[in-house]
Design a protein around this ligand. Structure first.
Ligand SMILES: [Zn+2]
Length: 107
């Protein structure tokens, strides 16, 4: 399996991107990246939203980038705590698959 950075392409974010925006990017994942060593982990946006709602700590309107500050555990690779959170789209998503997934979210 290629590394996440090869499989996903971050969506440009000036800080205004919100969790709910994942619906505009079919197949997207939240990519947590260690700013120190580059270690990465992918999350399903729907699950992150559910979790935040359960904790009454946010949901669809929560800014994606702000989520990085909620991650308190150290990087398993370098043991430091400096995270970056991005929304990322599958790099190889073809047009037909994108349309199919967009249809799923509409219905
Ligand atoms: Zn690290």
């Amino acid at each position: 399996m290629p590394p996440l950075r090869a499989r996903y392409r971050p969506v440009p974010d000036d800080g205004a991107l919100r969790l709910g925006d994942h619906r505009r990017y079919p197949g997207s994942r939240l990519l947590l990246t260690c700013a120190m060593c580059g270690w990465q982990k992918a999350y399903r946006p729907e699950r992150a939203i559910d979790r935040l709602r359960q904790l009454k700590a946010g949901g669809h309107p929560t800014p994606v980038a702000a989520l990085a500050r909620r991650v308190a555990w150290p990087c398993p690779m370098c043991r430091r705590v400096k995270w970056r959170m991005e929304l990322a789209q599958p790099a190889d998503l073809d047009t037909r698959e994108a349309k199919r997934l967009a249809g799923l979210y509409r219905n």
